[in-house]
Design a protein around this ligand. Structure first.
Ligand SMILES: Nc1ncnc2c1ncn2[C@@H]1O[C@H](COP(=O)(O)OP(=O)(O)OP(=O)(O)O)[C@@H](O)[C@H]1O
Length: 316
């Protein structure tokens, strides 16, 4: 559905050096990205600030012309075939709105039906689905400028989907949203993905979005892909470890070690120990622990995606 090959974007920026002199500098925002996204896939596209995510999305949606390389979306080349592409893609860019600011939301939705020449029955069915899944009814008659951020994001998602696009591009759709709105947006995207009709590319800084929604994750840094695989593969590559945290009735004996695990931290006057698993299973470690110290409570912590992504971003 989406294919890029050696995709590159350079920006020329000018820096003022005094009153008359300027220095020309080339910023390579995207530096040879090869990506294939299959039909129905939900791809997480992440990276630190300035990594080149938005620039990639802009080239995929026909907003920016690549400096080199190729990009194809739904079999079309985005910039020269932008009008045809617009009917096949939906776009939600957190900062930019596709709604009419002063009009009630319903009127924006009707206008979009005319813009995209959507058959009334299709439009009505899609709107009905979004109204129920995104809980829009309470603010359908409110002018867009009066909507809260969470309401507007739900409205933007609806607006992006009313013409039945085959690909949905989302740039930070949960930025600034409260917990409930985030859940609503994630739940909706999960449902949309489950139908298998829409290919979704999601950029976000909220790694919970990624964990909850994406099987495949592409990480970009300085314009280059530094990871392309599942979240589990990322954990494996960075040897992220599960941990066992045990609360004890008597203090952890100094220097005690267990095979297949290493002591990461001892705290609370020796009454809490955190062990990371280096080969042993959680069950094996707990069984060994129970033989050497009286246990009060236990929990097994999964590796944090935040940790591994932070290590990836810092190049460790
Ligand atoms: N129009 C532009 N002119 C000059 N430089 C630009 C332009 N747009 C982006 N850049 C530069 O290209 C690089 C990548 O920017 P981009 O917006 O794609 O990053 P991003 O990964 O989306 O970042 P963020 O997470 O902060 O939104 C940055 O160094 C940015 O300053």
């Amino acid at each position: 559905m989406i294919q890029t090959s050696a995709l590159r974007k350079d920006f020329t920026v000018w820096r003022k050096l005094g009153r008359l002199r300027r220095e020309r500098r080339v910023v390579t925002a995207v530096d040879g990205v090869d990506l294939t996204v299959a039909e129905g896939e939900l791809l997480g596209y992440i990276g630190p600030n300035g990594a080149g995510k938005s620039t990639t999305l802009k080239m995929m949606t026909g907003v920016l012309t690549p400096s080199a390389g190729e990009v194809s979306v739904c079999g079309l080349t985005p910039v020269p075939q932008r009008t045809r592409l617009a009917r096949r893609i939906g776009v939600v860019f957190g900062q930019r709105s596709q709604l009419w600011w002063d009009l009630p939301l319903t009127e924006s939705f009707s206008l979009l039906r005319h813009v995209y020449r959507v058959p009334p029955a299709d439009h009505a069915a899609r709107l009905r689905r979004c109204r129920s899944l995104l809980d829009l009814d309470a603010f359908l008659d409110t002018p867009v400028r009066q909507l809260s951020l969470g309401q507007r994001m739900r409205a933007e998602l609806t607006a992006a989907l009313l013409h039945g696009p085959r690909v949905l591009f989302l740039d930070e759709p949960t930025i600034g949203l409260d917990v409930l709105s985030k859940q609503a947006v994630r739940g909706f995207l999960g449902e949309l993905h489950a139908t298998g009709d829409t290919t979704i590319v999601l950029t976000t800084h909220d790694l919970a979005d990624i964990e909850k929604l994406c099987r495949r994750l592409v990480v970009i840094d300085h314009g280059r892909v530094v990871h392309d695989g599942t979240v589990e593969q990322l954990h494996a590559a960075y040897r992220s470890k599960r941990r066992v945290v045990a609360d004890l009735d008597t203090a952890w004996p100094d220097g005690l070690t267990l095979p297949g695990a290493s002591v990461e931290r001892v705290e609370a006057d020796g009454l809490r120990v955190t062990l990371s698993l280096d080969g042993a299973t959680a069950g094996e470690v707990v069984a060994q622990l129970a033989q050497v110290v009286p246990l009060r409570d236990l929990s097994v912590l999964e590796p944090e995606i935040e940790d591994v992504v932070a290590r990836l971003y810092t190049g460790r």
